[in-house]
Ligand binder design. Structure first.
Ligand code: HEC
Length: 467
């Protein structure tokens, strides 16, 4: 009778795996610390922040400039959110490569993956809140990428925005999501902590405490350094207030979503149905990894399948992120037809550059993000100059719900713009690419008598012919 109880207990003891506690608690200390810092600074920011489209930017600016230590608290909050995400990633990476997800309890891994998604979302919804040009257009870029997910994309994005426009309603939604998701994150952390508590303590608890302390101090030091020396990495530099009518010269999504742009483009262009199925499979595999991978081996080198899958996943993610940073640079060169061109065409190309149409349009598959169609289609689709002009003035009349902004452009420039767009012939894809700044300053010398001399001195990458 009595014998049974110790027997059970013994068995439990062998099942409770001491090795996990080190990895878990090393990160838990740091994660908890950062979470506390970020939440406290967040509560402080909430006091000053006004979540309306008209006042958000100025309220943050005021906080930054007039409230004592407001700037510091903003930076701590921004860096804290990003650090939390980085730590979460490192933690999961470590659990994966040490095979720690293979031991009971297996739930922390699942919780970890969910926490990761929620952390990304809490960060991303916070990215919009300062409502600077960078915040607004970076968010717009991510949302327009998400809307390309087959079937559910555009519906979900409309839901997130509360409509077709990224405006006041969207801001309120993002604000609530930011706070709501951070709260959920706190709950998940508690849960994970509670699960971790069930584990047995290792013998050399002192040594472990020392390591935890060391790690936490290292993280704190890095955070301080980020706040002091690299504020614009993690918190918005508040350069320009939002203007939904004017897309800025250079925008990019936050670093943790850089991979989206190229990944989704890749998916949608390839077989949408299969690629979405693949995506769902990867997600399920990621979430339920501890229940799928039943191989008890923990050393990474003896787990070739896990190593190959994990490695491939990492490489693809990094590759697409790098592609994403590359495409964050666009419109640095202006594409012109490779033949003598008229003054109107030159002026049109200048307007195209001044208004940063390359933010959404490529020309001959170059120098732009691919949100809208390549501008060479305009001629292919037999658009009339008047149609183009009216479209640019107010695209929503033709395509309700399009992301293309309205433009106020003087008639003369508008005519030049349509002339330029119609000069781009898809069938005869000979073009030259000219440095943006040079072109804006000296473009008018491209034609005319003094042309030949200046033309040669412009660093034109001429005659690049597409296949
Ligand atoms: C924020 C993104 C964005 C910006 C910036 C933008 N566009 Fe667009 N544009 C689009 C999208 C998206 C479409 C496709 C219309 C649709 O279906 O929504 C489009 C369509 C067009 C079309 C119609 C193509 C056709 O023949 O069907 C023209 C012309 C055009 N844009 C010109 C411009 C010009 C010129 C500028 C700069 C002054 C510009 N766009 C800036 C997103 C943008």
């Amino acid at each position: 009778m009595n014998l049974e109880v110790p027997g059970r207990k013994n068995q439990r003891e062998t099942n409770a795996i001491p090795q996990t506690s080190l990895g878990l608690s090393m990160f838990t200390y740091a994660l908890w610390g950062i979470f506390a810092l970020t939440s406290l600074s967040g509560i402080f920011l909430m006091v000053y922040y006004i979540p309306t489209f008209a006042q958000a930017f100025s309220s943050v600016e005021q906080l930054n400039e007039q409230v004592p230590f407001g700037w510091m608290i903003r930076r701590v909050h921004g860096a804290g959110g990003n650090f939390f995400l980085i730590l979460m990633l490192l933690y999961l990476l470590r659990v994966f490569y040490k095979g720690e997800y293979k031991v009971e309890p297996r739930a922390p891994w699942v919780l970890g993956i969910f926490s990761l998604f929620i952390t990304v979302w809490a960060n991303f919804s916070g990215f919009l809140l300062p409502l600077s040009q960078r915040a607004f257009w970076g968010t717009a870029a991510v949302l327009s990428n998400l809307s390309t997910i087959p079937w559910i994309g555009s519906f979900s994005v409309d839901f997130l925005r509360g409509g077709k426009e990224l405006g006041g309603v969207a801001l309120t939604r993002f604000y609530s999501m930011h706070i709501g998701f951070s709260t959920i994150l706190a709950l998940l952390l508690f849960w994970q902590h509670w699960l971790g508590k069930k584990e047995k303590k290792t013998a050399d608890a002192n040594n472990q405490k020392f390591q935890n302390g060391l790690f936490a101090s290292a993280v704190a030091g890095l955070l301080l350094a980020a706040v002091a020396f690299a504020p614009s990495w993690f918190s918005d530099p508040l350069q320009e207030a939002v203007n939904p009518m004017v897309n800025p010269e250079r925008v990019s999504p936050p670093w943790y979503l850089l991979f989206l742009e190229e990944t989704l483009k890749f998916l949608v262009v390839a077989y949408p149905a299969w690629s979405v199925a693949g995506l769902v499979a990867i997600l399920l595999l990621l979430i339920f990894l501890p229940y799928i991978d039943r191989n008890p081996e923990k050393s990474l080198l003896l787990r070739p399948v896990a190593l190959a899958l994990g490695g491939a996943f990492g490489v693809v993610l990094i590759y697409f992120s790098l592609l994403g940073t590359a495409s964050a640079r666009y419109g640095e060169r202006i594409i012109l037809p490779d033949r003598p061109i008229s003054a109107a065409e030159i002026r049109g190309a200048q307007v195209f550059a001044e208004r940063n149409c390359a933010y959404c349009h490529q020309v001959f598959g170059r120098e732009g993000r691919r949100e809208g169609p390549d501008m060479a289609v305009v001629r292919q689709r037999n658009r009339s100059p008047e149609w183009i002009q009216r479209f640019v003035l107010n695209a929503r009349l033709y395509q309700p719900g399009t992301t293309m902004p309205r433009y106020e452009i003087p008639l003369e420039d508008l005519e030049a713009l349509s002339t330029y767009l119609l000069s781009l012939d898809w069938r005869d894809r000979k073009f030259k690419a000219i440095d943006r700044k040079l072109f804006l300053d000296y473009g008018q010398y491209l034609n005319g008598q003094e042309g030949s001399a200046t033309r040669n001195s412009l660093p034109a990458i001429a005659g690049e012919k597409s296949p």
